[in-house]
Write a protein that binds this ligand. Structure first.
Ligand SMILES: C[S@@+](CC[C@H](N)C(=O)[O-])C[C@H]1O[C@@H](n2cnc3c(N)ncnc32)[C@H](O)[C@@H]1O
Length: 260
């Protein structure tokens, strides 16, 4: 993998799209994106998406929720290139913009977004409190933070299955517990903080992923990765089922607002 390609190289993107659908590097597709922004009126709103990947979530926010403008940011240039190509193809370049950023503070002025959205990307960012402070800073007064993130179900020592999953994954993951996440959002200054567990939905999703990758999608997976790497990927997907059953991995929705 080259430095340019970062953690999400072409092979990995193709694997994730095989599993989760075109444009998506995280599970649940358009329905899950809609659940994250449930109850918000996004029409005409200015949205920031932190860790936009190849832009599938953002396309849905514009097409299905009529968001006025979405700025998707990501640290990996090849993802930004693909997201831009997708926006061009969709004829939505005015409303869907993508920018490569460096990890760390956001380079936007205070109070400039109506909504900050993020889907399964904050797991890559270790300093959660600094991150939430930045999110709060760039939100307009009364603005909303809506995200999903992969959290750690327990602060205890990871099980052998969890350790093996991390080894196979080889991604820079920094997971906090739901309690620490809520505390960090509150400490950052957010109001109406909610951390909503998605255990049942996610467990079913993980089981479906494992079944598909070892069944109907297996040949496609071998085509993308070769047999040995495909088998390792199937193992990793099965381990994900186990660590969710054990309560060690628990994706949650995060909701909070900035004081008006
Ligand atoms: C699991 S993918 C999810 C992508 C997209 N949100 C989706 O659901 O399809 C996580 C994304 O976070 C990005 N990422 C990692 N660290 C980041 C950071 N510090 N700032 C912004 N994005 C980051 C990765 O490059 C990757 O595109």
């Amino acid at each position: 993998m080259t430095e340019e390609q970062g953690e999400y190289d072409e092979e990995f993107i193709a694997t994730l799209e095989l599993m989760w659908g075109e444009g998506f590097l995280s599970p649940g597709g358009p329905d899950e994106v809609s659940r994250i922004v449930e109850g918000l009126a996004l029409a005409g709103q200015e949205v920031l998406d932190i860790g936009c990947g190849i832009g599938g979530c953002d396309l849905h926010l514009v097409r299905a929720h009529d968001a006025g403008h979405v700025l998707g940011i990501d640290v990996e240039p090849q993802l930004i290139e693909r997201a831009r190509a997708m926006a061009k193809k969709a004829g939505l370049r005015e409303r869907l913009e993508f920018e490569q950023v460096k990890p760390g503070p956001l380079s936007y002025v205070d109070d400039c977004f109506d909504v900050v959205f993020s889907k399964d990307a904050m797991i890559h960012i270790p300093d959660k409190e600094a991150l939430y402070k930045e999110v709060l800073r760039v939100l307009k007064p009364g603005g909303h933070f809506r995200a999903s993130d992969w959290l750690s179900g327990s602060a205890a020592e990871p099980s052998p299955e969890m350790q093996r999953w991390h080894e196979l994954l080889d991604l820079g993951f920094a997971m906090a517990t739901p309690e620490k996440t809520a505390a960090a959002m509150t400490a950052a200054g957010f109001q109406a903080v909610e951390v909503i567990r998605r255990d049942d939905w996610f467990l079913q999703q993980c089981r479906d992923d494992a079944d598909r990758l070892s069944g109907e999608a297996y040949d496609g997976l071998v085509e993308i990765r070769g047999r040995e790497a495909a088998d390792a990927y199937v193992e990793r997907t099965r381990l994900r089922v186990t660590i969710v059953e054990q309560g060690e991995l628990c994706p949650c929705h995060l909701r909070a607002t900035k004081a008006p």
